[in-house]
Design a protein around this ligand. Structure first.
Ligand code: SF4
Length: 63
């Protein structure tokens, strides 16, 4: 499982970083950064939830 985040479509809502703070962060402009693109077992549920919650569809799960 791999996480991707498209900074071109991110609107800086921050839900990803709130939901999976070990996987996603936001830069100084509020845009998503991926801290851990291949989350371990303990982070996968949160990472999937972040992808579901992202309002812009920027966060994606690649199986
Ligand atoms: S939840 Fe989506 S739109 Fe919001 S900061 Fe994260 S990637 Fe960007």
């Amino acid at each position: 499982m791999r996480m991707t985040a498209d900074r071109e479509v991110c609107v800086g809502a921050g839900l990803c970083a709130l939901t999976a703070p070990e996987v996603f962060d936001q830069d100084d402009d509020g845009l998503v950064t991926v801290l851990d693109p291949e989350p371990g077992a303990g982070q996968r549920a949160a990472a999937r939830e972040a992808a579901m919650l992202c309002p812009s569809g920027a966060v994606r799960v690649v199986e």
